[in-house]
Design a protein around this ligand. Structure first.
Ligand SMILES: Nc1nc2c(ncn2[C@@H]2O[C@H](COP(=O)(O)OP(=O)(O)O)[C@@H](O)[C@H]2O)c(=O)[nH]1
Ligand SMILES: [Mg+2]
Length: 205
C-alpha cells in the first residue's frame, strides 16, 4: 500500500536508556520475529509499518536511535513532529526505571506537551532478574499520567499491543480534534533524506 492510500501518517519515537531493548522491540514489531544480532549503526534508524485501526489506514513512522541516548544527545529533529513516544525501560535494571522521569520530560519539552506517551517495561521474560515490579511501574505511570505495557522482545509478549495502543490513542485524540492537523501531514514529517533511507531499508528487507 502506498502512502497516498493511507489516511494518516503518524511519527512515533522510541526513547529510553541504552540496552533496554528499543531496537529489539521495533525489530520484532516490524518483522514479527526476534532480532538475532543487534548491531549498532550511526544515525537515526527509521522504519515504517502500515496498520488499520478503526477503519483508518495509518502509516506509522517509527524512529529508533542509534545509541546517542547513552549520552542524552538526541537531536531536536528526532523529537520534532512526534505524536507519540514509546519510552522503554528494562525491568531488570533500576537505573533505566529511574531515568523515566527525565525521558518523559524530554518528550514533552522537545515535542509537544500533548505527546502520547506509553511506558514499556521490557525484558519481562527475565523473571528471576527482575528488580522493578509491575505494581511499582504501574503506580509510577499512574502518577505521571501515562500508560503502561509490559513486553518481551525475546518472546514477543505484548509487542504488538504496545504499538497498537499508542496508535489507537493518537487516533482517538486526532478524532477528538486535540491534535493540530499540521502535525500529521506527510510532507511535514518526512525530509527527502529520510525518504531515501526508507527506500534503502525496504530493499534490504
Ligand atoms: N532477555 C531479553 N533480552 C532482551 C530483550 N530485549 C532486548 N534484549 C537484549 O538486550 C540487549 C539490548 O537490546 P537493544 O535492542 O540493542 O537495546 P537498545 O539499546 O535499547 O536499542 C540485546 O542484547 C538484546 O538481545 C527482552 O525482552 N528480553
Ligand atoms: Mg538501539
Amino acid at each position: 500500500m502506498s502512502e497516498e492510500q493511507c489516511d494518516y501518517v503518524f511519527k512515533f519515537i522510541i526513547i529510553g536508556n541504552g540496552n533496554c531493548g528499543k531496537t529489539s522491540l521495533l525489530y520484532h514489531y516490524i518483522h514479527e520475529k526476534s532480532i538475532t544480532n543487534v548491531k549498532q549503526t550511526l544515525g537515526v534508524e527509521f522504519s515504517a509499518k502500515i496498520i488499520q485501526v478503526k477503519q483508518k489506514k495509518i502509516k506509522m513512522q517509527l524512529w529508533d536511535t542509534a545509541g546517542q541516548e547513552r549520552y542524552r544527545s538526541l537531536t531536536k529533529v528526532y523529537y520534532r513532529g512526534a505524536l507519540g513516544a514509546l519510552i522503554v525501560f528494562d525491568v531488570t535494571n533500576s537505573d533505566s526505571f529511574e531515568a523515566l522521569r527525565e525521558w518523559i520530560k524530554h518528550a514533552r519539552d522537545f515535542s509537544k506537551p500533548s505527546i502520547q506517551i506509553i511506558i514499556i517495561g521490557n525484558k519481562v521474560d527475565l523473571e528471576k532478574e527482575r528488580v522493578i515490579s509491575e505494581q511499582t511501574a504501574k503506580q509510577f505511570c499512574q502518577d505521571n499520567d501515562v500508560q503502561y505495557v509490559e513486553t518481551s522482545a525475546t518472546t514477543g509478549y505484548q509487542v504488538n499491543e504496545a504499538f497498537t495502543l499508542i496508535t489507537t490513542k493518537t487516533l482517538d485524540l486526532l478524532q477528538q480534534g486535540a491534535i493540530d492537523g499540521g502535525m500529521i501531514k506527510p510532507k511535514f514529517l518526512m525530509s527527502k533524506k529520510v525518504d531515501e533511507k526508507e527506500k534503502q531499508q525496504q530493499c534490504n528487507c
